[in-house]
Design a protein around this ligand. Structure first.
Ligand code: HEM
Length: 352
């Protein structure tokens, strides 16, 4: 008889012997538990605490689910996840409220940052069409994601008591679907934004001085610290908000959006915590950017909307870049061919 054939024959016999030796021990333990449970049912009917303790302790049970969570009847870290969410959302909500209050106070004190001299009417093409299209696609998608995300995070506490279950359930479903369908737009456009804007957000001359003086933002009548095409504040926001938080948001969102890769609830919960924290910090950071891009600084919004800025705006807000444009060393250039409608918009943007 060959050796493999012998092994094949002997294996079942060994298995039966092992089972015979150990089964009394296992059965004795089971019998002990069953007896304990039977006694408990006498004194405390309906109390299945030992069984649930086992389930919570991670003792494998039997489920019909196939995949990474086979035989996991209860996932105890779900409880920790549930407990950690409300204080985390509250902290994020307070952070955003603090940012809005700070911006409101700053606006009351400083007002819109304007230019000291009148516009010359000579325009510079500051943003290419690709840059503007990318910027607005990302900006609009982030705004939609932020509003729908806030409805999903805070709606239960802040909207449900006011608008009631019928309207809130509709709103929550709408917000969830919109969030899920807009997310891919952000996912695919974010890398494009990084590629288009990274070059002018690399460290350059004037950055340190801008940082040390905070760009002159807090001197009410003062002039801005000279900067390149983007100042150090914009660069910090680019690296922190766009590159770091944007990428973390995309990756953590993808983990939750595609649950079909066998990642399991525990990983999804961790992704959810990372996603919520980075989203709240992103909204906090974006509020400063949006403030300066709209009511906080005259002429900036028109620059991103039309692509053109007035020479005076460039000189006063980004002097080093303006010098480069004038010397013909920048990729951006003076634009004598700007349409009249654009000229009017840019001039309007500078007016007090
Ligand atoms: C309604 C929302 C927004 C408004 C009104 C807005 C407005 C503006 C404006 C006016 C500029 C031009 C600033 C300049 O000329 O120096 C700008 C630049 C820029 N914005 Fe926005 N923005 C918004 C949302 C966003 C969001 C959500 C992101 C990214 C997640 C973003 C990323 C950028 C980037 C990368 C630049 C170029 C400056 C740099 O690279 O540092 N913006 N934005």
């Amino acid at each position: 008889m060959s050796r493999p054939f012998l092994c094949e024959r002997l294996m079942p016999v060994v298995g039966i012997l092992v089972a015979l030796v150990f089964s009394p021990i296992v059965h004795a333990a089971d019998a002990g538990r069953a007896q304990e449970q039977a006694q408990r049912q006498q004194t405390q009917p309906g109390n299945n605490a030992p069984m649930w303790r086992d389930v919570r302790g991670g003792v494998k049970q039997t489920t019909q689910v196939r995949g990474v969570e086979t035989n996991v009847l209860m996932q105890p870290s779900g409880q920790s996840w549930r407990e950690v969410r409300p204080p985390m959302s509250l902290a994020g909500g307070l952070l955003i409220a603090a940012a809005l209050l700070a911006l409101f106070a700053f606006y009351q004190w400083r007002g819109p940052i304007g230019v000291h001299e009148a516009g010359t009417g000579k325009l510079i093409k500051r943003f290419s069409d690709a840059e503007r299209l990318t910027h607005w696609t990302v900006a609009i998608s982030v705004c939609i994601l932020a509003v729908t995300g806030l409805i999903l995070s805070f709606g239960k506490y802040m909207l449900l008591p006011i608008i009631g279950y019928t309207l809130f359930s509709w709103l929550a479903m709408f917000a969830k679907n919109l969030h899920n369908f807009v997310a891919p737009v952000f996912f695919f456009m974010l890398p494009v934004m990084i590629v288009l804007f990274v070059r002018d957000n690399l460290p350059g001359p004037g950055d340190l001085k801008w940082l040390l003086t905070f760009g002159g933002m807090f001197s009410k009548s003062g002039h801005e610290t000279p900067s390149g095409r983007f100042n150090m504040g914009e660069k910090a926001l680019f690296w922190f908000m766009v590159c770091a938080l944007g990428v973390v948001l995309c990756l953590s969102g993808a983990v939750m959006l595609f649950p079909n890769f066998d990642q399991g609830r525990q990983i999804m919960q961790s992704a959810n915590i990372v996603h919520v924290i980075s989203a709240l910090v992103m909204i906090f950071a974006a509020s400063f950017h949006i403030y300066l891009g709209t009511v906080g600084q005259r002429g900036a919004y028109e620059g991103m909307r039309t692509g053109y800025v007035d020479e005076t705006w460039a000189k006063e807000h980004h002097q080093l870049w303006y010098d480069q444009v004038k010397a013909g060393h920048a990729r951006q250039h003076f634009a004598d061919d700007a349409p009249d409608a654009v000229r009017a918009q840019v001039a309007d943007g500078l007016k007090a």
